[in-house]
Ligand binder design. Structure first.
Ligand code: ACO
Length: 331
């Protein structure tokens, strides 16, 4: 069974409520119809009556909850929550109301914060920054986590590496600067994500252009320090590095370059040393190996919010909603 079907089945087993705020886009309605029909999640659509009528024409969204941000009995509660959370950043009643009416992503995050929804999926017609920022500001990180990062669940066809071709790659989407502490935290979060979505034991490789001291540079030291921190912080998780990609994945190379490592040659969770490496890395595998790349899925947020590619299809939205619902089951 394809991994996305396993995830959809998991989502259906304990249905969560996911908000889709992009009612200005017809793909949202196409996806909502499929999600409701398949029973993957309960759906909340945020939009005015006119927008829902116009953009949703032809789709059966009768099972969705519609929230009109200009005429919602709960609006006052959300505005007050927004002010409570962001007053120190200069947010007033008026600016909160204006922001929520202008940008439904804020409205969606406040619904989650007030317990009226379990997660949000957006980004079909908004940039990654504009999708993530409201979640960072309002939902914040989960306890004990400093940084949110973004992973891809990679499904590589005809591949016997990793977990039968399944991998988590991170951070491919969020952090533009990394220190060793942050890399170590990404390793811990990525291991949890692998366990959550794939179900098997994670084996985390902290990647570099050096294997176990074969090269000397500050970049290599940063990863080696991250490995030490991560091994101390997460003693129950198999984490090793610094490793070159071939040593991480291929048993014969691992035997030569990192003998004795429990991770080298068997890694299924790859932590990249920079956003450039992670972002380019997942796209290379997606395009050259024709892999399915599910994500970016955000990890480390207190409640799940996920971003879409602006070129996405309705089926991609359905998949990301299923992943968000599964994350909500763990929240
Ligand atoms: N984890 C937790 N909180 C964070 C993080 C993080 N990684 N980054 C920022 N924040 C918090 C800040 O502390 C701040 O909180 P505050 O307002 O309560 O003080 C808030 O988020 C806003 O932070 P800013 O520093 O003002 O950051 P900004 O709004 O400029 O951007 C963002 C944050 C959107 C995540 C930015 O880092 C970004 O654009 N990253 C790259 C995204 C990207 O373009 N990725 C590649 C494309 S995705 C793809 O190809 C799949």
């Amino acid at each position: 069974m394809a991994i996305i079907d396993v995830i959809k089945a998991k989502a259906k087993a304990d249905k969560k409520t996911i908000v889709l705020p992009e009612t200005m886009d017809r793909r949202t309605f196409e996806a909502a119809e499929k999600i409701l029909k398949e029973g993957i999640a309960n759906i909340v659509l945020i939009g005015t009556e006119e927008a829902i009528k116009e953009n949703g024409a032809g789709f059966d969204i009768s099972g969705a909850t519609i929230v009109d941000p200009f005429n919602d009995p709960n609006k006052e509660k959300y505005i007050n929550k927004f002010v409570e959370l962001r007053a120190k950043k200069g947010v007033t009643y008026e600016t909160a109301k204006e922001q929520m009416e202008k940008d439904y992503m804020y409205y969606a995050c406040l619904m989650c914060k007030c317990g009226d929804a379990d997660g949000v999926v957006s980004g079909a017609c908004h940039s990654t920054g504009n999708t993530i920022r409201p979640a960072l500001q309002l939902l914040k990180t989960k306890p004990g986590t400093k940084s949110v990062s973004g992973f891809f669940l990679m499904e590589v066809p005809d591949c016997d590496l990793g977990d039968h071709g399944l991998f988590v790659f991170a951070d491919c989407a969020v952090n533009t600067d990394f220190d060793s502490e942050k890399l170590a935290e990404i390793a811990g979060l990525s291991a949890q994500s692998f366990k959550n979505f794939v179900g098997d034991e994670p084996k985390v490789a902290m990647l570099s252009y050096s294997t176990k001291g074969s090269a000397k540079h500050d970049d290599v030291t940063k990863v080696a320090d991250a490995v030490r921190i991560a091994q101390e912080k997460y003693p129950d998780i198999e984490i090793d590095g610094e490793l070159q990609l071939d040593a991480a994945l291929v048993p014969t190379v691992a035997a030569l370059k990192a003998p004795g490592s429990k991770v080298a040659g068997h890694a299924n969770t790859l932590v990249f040393p920079s956003l450039e490496a992670g972002n380019i890395g997942y796209k290379l595998v997606q395009r050259l190996a024709k892999a399915n790349a599910y994500g970016p899925v955000l990890q480390g947020l207190a409640m799940p919010v996920n971003d879409l590619s602006r070129g996405c299809y309705a089926d991609d939205i359905v998949g990301v909603v299923a992943m968000t619902a599964v994350q909500a089951q763990q929240s």
